[in-house]
Design a protein around this ligand. Structure first.
Ligand code: G3H
Length: 196
């Protein structure tokens, strides 16, 4: 069986400020994670010549992958973070203050279907991930997917067979690798927390 390794990008400057969306570079901690992830992957995939690294088109995932050498890297727009539309670049506090209806009513009530004005819903994200999932299923070699929280919730739920309604609430912590092994007897999962 070949593994699929899922990880969020290293902590970004916007993560530190509590801002959603955006396209910032990594924080100091995020840079350290990029190096730790590189060491981990070099050991874990040492003899796996056909392995590949998939990122989104956003800086924070590309920078997380940048110290990794020796494997092809592919950028997928479909792996970009949920588009938070008019809320892009805001903190949750700002959204709450500026758009109480949006935040408190609509999104809390149905986070799966809630679509940010001029942005996406979780259901939109799940739909655009379909070609990525088809390609992941076709791969025979290991794949490292470096993406974002909302997207990884959806990908993880697909492989771990979790119900649709749970997707927006699944924990996908920073600086942690989720390894999924698809074998004949089902799916096995291991987690590696590389730092806090
Ligand atoms: O920027 C968006 C976050 O990664 C997703 O968080 O859907 O729980 O607000 P949320």
């Amino acid at each position: 069986p070949r593994p699929i390794l899922l990880t969020r990008h290293g902590e970004s400057k916007d993560n530190v400020r509590g801002r959603i969306g955006g396209d910032t570079a990594l924080s100091d901690a995020g840079e350290i994670y990029a190096k730790k992830l590189t060491n981990f992957i070099e050991k874990r995939l040492k003899s796996e010549r056909a392995a590949s690294i998939w990122t989104s088109t956003l800086q924070r995932t590309i920078l997380t992958a940048s110290p990794i050498v020796g494997f092809p890297k592919i950028q997928w727009r479909a792996l970009d973070e949920i588009n938070s539309g008019v809320c892009d670049g805001m903190t949750y506090e700002e959204i709450k203050k500026n758009m109480p209806e949006e935040y408190d009513r609509a999104r809390k009530k149905d986070k799966l279907r809630y679509r940010y004005p001029r942005g996406e819903s979780y259901l939109d994200v799940i739909q655009r991930l379909e070609p990525v999932i088809i390609e992941l299923e076709r791969q025979r070699a290991p794949v490292v997917v470096i993406s974002h929280q909302a997207v990884l919730r959806a990908l993880y739920a697909y492989f771990a067979d979790r119900p649709l309604k749970e997707i927006p609430h699944i924990e996908v912590p920073l600086h942690t690798i989720i390894e999924i092994q698809m074998g004949v007897t089902g799916v096995q999962e291991k987690r590696y927390k590389l730092m806090d």
